[in-house]
Design a protein around this ligand. Structure first.
Ligand code: PLP
Length: 356
């Protein structure tokens, strides 16, 4: 078996021990005589799995009892529309435009009510988190942010605090950085980076925000209905929820979010320190806002960028090509990327630079 170091932004590398455990349990889970994929979602054996996954997430993020945890379909993108459907009661919301996904979320919300883009870094290619201070609207139904901008490699170093509930797309840094859930009204995240396989979205919502959905809300997107049905209004992505639970168990063995967040900082520092001293490569995000999860960089020459992506791949360092809208390179170094993978990437960058 030759596993590569996979720097993909999502779906992303999963911890090898998790894949091996899943492989072992694939045909028969425990003594049930069947695969998790073959279980009724309403069976006692499956309910144990989903309850265990929720308990692990609650433990890892210290989620208080006054928050509901939902396992939903449609990725983070389905929530771009679900958020206004569930929360736009007065009819206007604040959005901070810090990247393409933040922009997309605002675009969906604008179909349902008034969207105030209170701050944007779009005109500067999203290289930083724009300043929202003093710009938040007192009567907004909620304020939406994207805590980590996957494409541009930036993250918030301070959370906005305002009168409206804070709604956060945490797709690319949930479980990779420490957050106080109490500061948020809603946290949601597509699973395919730090949580588990694609096809699942985790949503954490303060219970007092439930029950105000607009009448036209399809019931599949109504969080209150989903909470009442324990995420089983229809058949959930049973297998992805099971694998997510295994990834969470693995994370608990690593010491939890607090411990892995420190490792993640070390991994990112290795790359950023190299970039800051390199003659060939340079980071594209403004230093203050540099992401711990997605490290974006360029050589300044498109052909050299392409040559480096090829060179890295020849060394088993895959998917370092930047997003199609920005080009260059991006190393996504989520929880499952070991520090050895980052060291191997830095070594390859050094070697490539020396040949330049
Ligand atoms: C920050 C962020 N938000 C939203 C999305 C879209 O997620 P999904 O494909 O699960 O809908 C992504 C995907 O990479 C993302 O990185």
């Amino acid at each position: 078996m030759a596993r590569v170091y996979n720097f993909s932004p999502g779906p992303s590398a999963l911890p090898l021990p998790v894949l091996e455990k899943v492989q072992k349990e694939l045909v028969e889970y425990g003594t049930t005589g069947m695969s998790v994929m073959e279980m009724s979602h309403r069976s006692a054996m499956y309910l144990d799995i989903i309850h265990d996954t929720e308990a692990r997430l609650r433990a890892l993020m210290h989620i208080p009892e006054n928050y509901a945890v939902l396992f939903l379909h449609g990725g983070a993108t389905a929530q771009f529309a679900s958020i206004p459907l569930n929360l736009m009661v007065k009819g206007a919301a604040d959005y901070i435009d810090s990247g393409n996904f933040a922009h997309g979320a605002a675009g969906e919300a604008a179909k349902f009510g008034k969207v105030n883009i209170v701050a944007s870094s779009r005109d500067d290619q999203y290289t930083y988190i724009p300043d929202w201070k003093g710009k938040l609207n007192a009567d907004a139904d909620y304020l939406h942010i994207t805590t980590n901008n996957t494409i541009y490699g930036t993250h918030y170093i301070e959370l906005p605090e305002g009168p409206a509930p804070l709604v956060a797309d945490m797709s690319s840094n949930i479980l990779g950085e420490v957050y106080d859930v109490n500061k948020f009204g809603v946290i949601y995240a597509g699973a395919q980076k730090n949580i588990g396989p694609a096809g699942l979205c985790v949503l954490i919502v303060r219970k007092d925000l439930l029950g105000n959905a607009r009448p036209e809300t399809p019931k599949i997107y109504n969080w209150a209905t989903q909470a009442d049905n324990e995420s089983m209004l229809n058949t959930p992505n049973t297998f992805a929820i099971y694998v997510a639970g295994q990834c969470m168990a693995w994370l608990q063995e690593q010491g939890g979010v607090e411990a892995i967040a420190e490792v993640n900082k070390q991994k990112a520092a290795l790359l950023y320190d190299f970039l800051d001293n390199s003659k060939l490569f340079k980071g594209t995000a403004q230093k203050e806002y540099r992401s711990v999860m997605n490290v974006t960089f360029v050589t300044g020459d498109k052909d050299k960028d392409a040559a480096f992506v090829k060179f890295a791949a020849s060394k088993g360092l895959l998917n370092v090509k930047g997003h199609r809208v920005v080009g260059g390179m991006r190393a996504s170094i989520y929880n499952a990327m070991p520090i050895e993978g980052v060291k191997a990437l830095v070594a390859a960058m050094k070697e490539f630079e020396a040949q330049d």
